[in-house]
Design a protein around this ligand. Sequence first.
Ligand code: S3P
Length: 440
Amino acid sequence: MTSPGLTARRGGPLKGRVRAPGDKSVSHRALIFGALAQGLTEIEGLLEGEDVLRSAAAMRAFGAEVEHLGPGRWRVVGQGRFSEPTDVIDCGNAGTGVRLIMGAAAGFDLAASFTGDVSLRSRPMNRVIKPLAEMGATFLGRSGGRLPLTLKGGDLRRIEYRLPEPSAQVKSAVLLAGLHAEGGAAVLEPEPTRDHTERMLRGFGAQVQVIDQDGVRHINLADGQKLTGNQVRVPGDPSSAAFPLVAALITPGSEVTVEGVMLNPLRTGLFTTLIDMGADLRIENQRDESGEPVGDITARFSELKGVDVPASRAPSMIDEYPILAVAAAFATGVTRMTGIGEMRVKESDRIALMAAGLSACGVGVEEEPEGLIVVGSSGGNHPASGGAQIITRGDHRIAMSHLIMGLAADGEITVDEPGMIATSFPGFVEMMRGLGGDLG
Ligand code: S3P
């Protein structure tokens, strides 16, 4: 289905205070943990984006009671086990949803079939099939490890799995399966990835041991551990907060505060990079919410300069390179992003689409197999030319990144399929309009 496009135009400065929507990673996990646990889990601030709503429906299909109480407020009653679903589980656009749920379901004696939208059906599932099959699960489906797939779970054995790619989804799938595997599970991470699963395992009463050995994180989960229902307050999503914050940095005269942004150090690579670029970003009111550090971030228009982003920073900002590329387009000098091959297997090939989109907007850009180089247009005085129609291939972050660019570029920028923004950031358009952005 195609929806009409959405256009962003340059206007006055952006001003205001907003609240970041709930974090997508923590929201998926809160529902899955609630369903796996015994007893009542109460969630506040859940992201009600389409991806997460698919996970809520999936948890119902596996036998949990899942109830929507009010905006962001959900109640999950788990049985401590999954039962066999009577229909195919459709995870929509959500890689996190499907990979974590396959891991969670693999521990039980059941068969379950999974599918997703056209993007999800093209994404690699072998990265979770491989370790889960090694633990004893079986998979039947399309060749090449693509959805739709049917999983047969139960009778799992321990695995010690060294992640071949830095993926928190794969780590989480193995740990969730390990909850019901004889001997538990261990994951070895040469490059640390977001640790929401480890934090939430602890929050729901499991013991997880994490040790650093020669720069490799060893995460060990012993077997026979029970999860008990918990209260979860979902912190604001730094990956979503990035859009209004970068909009303020590149639009002259702007000042925007986003409240309640999660500051887990394994998620804040973009903010570190923007500060390296000279961004006026201030963090205030730092606190803890449900085991995650949180703060309010204020961004003011800044003269940015290009930087080399270290490859080692990639896992802590993997979803933020599209919007970083937009910030880089408004900087003075060149920004080099390396070690970002994982971007090619997200909701779209994000390296290719950002290179095409920036180039259509008159920005100097070079695509590498695992990198992107952006030549800045020298800041607010010489904004990028814009004036383009962008093909997003249904990727929410490609759409939002180009719309933010359109708020500061010379010519208007239109994106196709803006409806897909609702997968991760349902209130994006209203929020940006409320800050003064001309979107329509
Ligand atoms: C996520 C992990 C990342 C990220 C995704 C959310 C998670 O994916 O891109 O949006 O919640 O674990 P990978 O694990 O594939 O890097």
